[in-house]
Ligand binder design. Structure first.
Ligand code: MG
Ligand code: MG
Length: 257
């Protein structure tokens, strides 16, 4: 069942989104050669708890950390470790918070120090996929319009669109209906309504889209070892412009140009 949020509920999701944005920006600033993903995880947990919120990932179905830290060919659900990050690695950080009972979910990819032009382009293009998808999150459109916009741009750049994992509705629960694949046909699927809140999250690989699961039963990586980037925000569907709850003030239409 897809939940439609009231104005009061949306206000709470806005607050959760604003907090998550602050946390992720602090992590982004801290990423540099020599830091460990476990240090980033501890930093995230402290920032979230100090703000009176709960790190939603920690303990979710047994997941042991407050962030997912996925390096290079890891797509999502990477474990934080004591390994020092090295110059040129691609790190994807995914995080979620619960503030006053309401959730927000967001992720970004960044290079550790300086990286290759290809990795930089993959990160930029994955963000562009998100903006193109988010720009379709308008009342009256259909879910497939989001999926199709992501897929079309990614595949035009020669990338693989990860198919085993999807975006999702979000609200009081981290994962609500509907499931939002990053591939699909325009004009198909659920009709979008004002008050729906969607975590749109393209996961894009430089190579083929096939993935495998680590022995830890969580971490997903590309089967061909190709680099993968991830970008996610919690988006509110309105009768007008989509609102990115986890990136206050963002202009979706402009970003999608
Ligand atoms: Mg996420
Ligand atoms: Mg998500």
């Amino acid at each position: 069942m897809i939940t439609i949020k009231s104005a009061a509920q949306i206000e709470k999701m806005r607050a959760a989104g604003a907090l998550l944005h602050q946390v992720l920006e602090a992590l982004r600033q801290a990423i540099q050669p020599g830091i460990t993903t476990l240090e980033l995880d501890h930093m995230a947990e402290k920032l979230i708890r100090d703000a009176g919120a709960i790190p939603s990932f920690k303990g979710f179905e047994g997941f042991p950390f407050s962030i997912c830290a996925s390096v290079d060919d890891q797509v999502v659900h990477g474990f934080a470790t004591k390994d020092r990050l090295r110059e040129g690695q691609l790190l994807s950080v995914d995080c979620g918070v619960i503030l006053n009972g309401w959730q927000s979910d967001s992720a970004f990819s960044a290079l550790v120090g300086e990286g290759s032009a290809e990795a930089e382009k993959l990160i930029r293009d994955t963000e562009k996929c998100f903006w193109l998808g988010a720009n379709q999150a308008r009342a009256g459109n259909r879910l497939g319009d989001i999926s199709h916009a992501v897929q079309t741009y990614a595949e035009a750049q020669g990338y693989g669109v990860i198919r085993d994992l999807c975006g999702h509705g979000i609200g009081e629960e981290m994962h609500e209906d509907p499931s939002i694949p990053n591939f699909g046909r325009p004009g198909r699927g659920v009709r979008l309504q004002a008050g729906m809140t969607l975590a749109i999250e393209p996961m894009i690989a430089r190579g083929d889209w096939h993935v495998y699961l680590y022995d830890n039963d969580w971490t997903v990586a590309t089967r061909d070892g190709s680099l993968c980037a991830h970008y996610e925000h919690t988006v509110l569907v309105t009768d007008g412009e989509p609102e990115v709850l986890s990136l206050p003030g963002a202009n979706v239409k402009e970003m999608a140009q």
